[in-house]
Design a binder for this molecule. Structure first.
Ligand code: UD1
Ligand code: CA
Length: 458
């Protein structure tokens, strides 16, 4: 089988500079969802017709699938309709028996429906078109049937009579066509219609005219929703998210509300995992057994090990969290950070490129950047690693069992040796020796007979 994916349209109705087929669904350009579905079909060849912002689409394909992505890219420029797009792809199509045509803006299509469609075309030696029924079919091509219920054509919204607009059976755009006949019919397409375009959908009428079978395979409408506007993109996004949430729940994950979760990448979860409302997962996220994620947490490329808890409103990116650690609420963990087993990071604490050792705590209002922190360290409230001198970044090393008093600044590069204690308010500018108290503050004095100044009365 050949697969042709149409992705050359401008997507005017999106009102966006980003080409429509690169608009995201689940964090991935919608075209990639279609390509991924096509790739599961063991097609001889996948051709992708690009045109509008072709260079941008080509670059995105190369970045995601690699330079040797084995798809053949066909340029349609300028774009004169879906029929014209297929005409552009014709010379590159192999002599395979069947050609499957997919639309780059119909991203949720499941592979099994495509297999059925191709089998249907081959069985009847004719066109098999994927159709669905919509309560509101506005914008879609309507399927025309004769008195015997045989398909005799498809009429686009803009060309349809009032009566035809009441038809609720619509064309999804997806069809399987015998390749030899595809060549013949595409050559016969005309553009004498409301949009002055060559409609692929006219193939149905041409086949019927030639006495070739035109059969339909019906599919649930949610799976074939097209994206022409931001409104429809958001609808498709929700449908997609609902599908991912269902998969998670089927695997035993407790999702507080499947309508309030967003996965923009890949999320894997162990057993007894709980996810509260409003969380966003980006890139690759791994949650171990018994992990709990509080409400409104954002996790991007994060690995969280068994039993760890991330409390409300925390933001973690490119980092890892060890077993039974607790983070947040309101914590920010930035790239390069590693939080070891049983560590604690509390509210309004930021870590960047920092390793927090086992059972160490930074519970309140701290900034720890470019730091290596050992085991069982207590970082007091308001501690700051001064890692940046305006030109370079420097490291802070805090060894095991250190106690850092509140409101301490560690001016890097600096080392706090094992078991040291830093008094509250210290500005540490040289290394602190092991097992000693180090502090830098002026000695406290009290003036016994001191009187507060009083306002003179006149
Ligand atoms: C199309 C169908 C309509 C169907 C609907 C389903 C036609 C004429 N109409 O309408 O019957 O109900 O899809 O979603 O086919 N494209 C090109 N080159 C072009 C024009 C479009 O590659 O010259 C691509 C677009 O990038 C898009 C797809 O083809 O991925 C569909 O084009 P679009 O303009 O969105 O067609 P619809 O009006 O949605
Ligand atoms: Ca469309």
């Amino acid at each position: 089988m050949n697969v042709v994916i149409l992705a050359a349209g401008k997507g005017t109705r999106m009102r966006s500079a980003l080409p429509k087929v690169l608009q995201p669904v689940g964090g991935l350009p919608m075209l990639f969802h279609v390509i991924d579905a096509a790739k599961t079909l063991q097609a001889k060849q996948i051709s992708c017709v690009i045109g509008h912002e072709a260079h941008q689409v080509q670059t995105a394909l190369g970045l995601h699938y690699g330079a040797d992505h084995e798809m053949s890219l066909v340029l349609q420029s300028p774009a004169h309709g879906t029929g014209h797009a297929v005409a552009c792809a014709l010379p590159s199509l192999g002599a395979a028996a069947t050609t499957l045509i997919l639309y780059g803006d119909v991203p949720l299509i499941p592979p099994h429906a495509l297999k059925t469609l191709v089998a249907c075309s081959e069985q009847h030696n004719g066109i098999a078109v994927l159709t669905t029924r919509l309560n509101n079919p506005t914008g879609y091509g309507r399927i025309l049937r004769n008195a015997q219920q045989a398909i005799v054509g498809c009429v686009e919204e803009k060309d349809a009579s009032d009566e035809q607009r009441h038809i609720q059976e619509v064309n999804t755009g997806i069809m399987a066509v015998p390749t030899a006949q595809l060549h013949r019919w595409v050559g016969q397409l005309k553009n004498d219609n409301a949009q002055g375009e060559y409609y692929l959908t006219d193939l149905l009428g041409l086949a019927a005219r030639d006495g070739v079978a035109v059969v339909s395979a019906d599919i649930e409408s949610d799976l074939v929703q097209g994206v022409n506007s931001q409104e429809q993109r958001a609808e498709v996004e929700r449908l997609y998210q609902r599908r991912l949430a269902s998969e998670l729940m089927a695997a035993g994950v407790q999702v507080a509300d499947p309508n309030r979760i967003d996965i923009r990448g890949r999320l894997t979860a162990g057993s007894e995992v709980r996810i509260d409302v409003g969380c966003v997962f980006e890139g690759q996220v791994e949650l171990g057994d018994h992990v709990q994620i509080g409400p409104n947490v954002v996790l991007k490329n994060v690995r969280i090990e068994a039993g760890a808890r991330i409390e409300a409103m925390s933001h973690l990116e490119d980092c890892s969290v060890g077993p039974r650690a607790t983070i947040g609420p309101f914590a920010r963990i930035r790239p390069g950070s590693v939080l070891a087993e049983g560590s604690h990071v509390g509210n309004f604490t930021e870590l960047k490129n920092t390793r927090l050792g086992p059972y160490s705590k930074a519970n309140h209002l701290s900034y720890l950047g470019d730091a290596q922190i050992g085991a069982r360290v207590n970082v007091g409230a308001g501690t700051i690693t001064c890692n940046y001198d305006g030109a370079e970044k420097h490291r802070t090393v805090i060894e095991d069992d250190v106690f850092i008093g509140s409101d301490t600044q560690l001016v890097a590069p600096v080392v706090v040796h094992e078991g040291a204690t830093l008094g509250a308010g210290t500005t540490l500018t040289a290394d602190a020796p092991a097992h000693q108290l180090t502090l830098s503050r002026t000695r406290q004095t009290s003036v016994a007979r001191w009187k507060r100044p009083k306002k003179q009365s006149h």
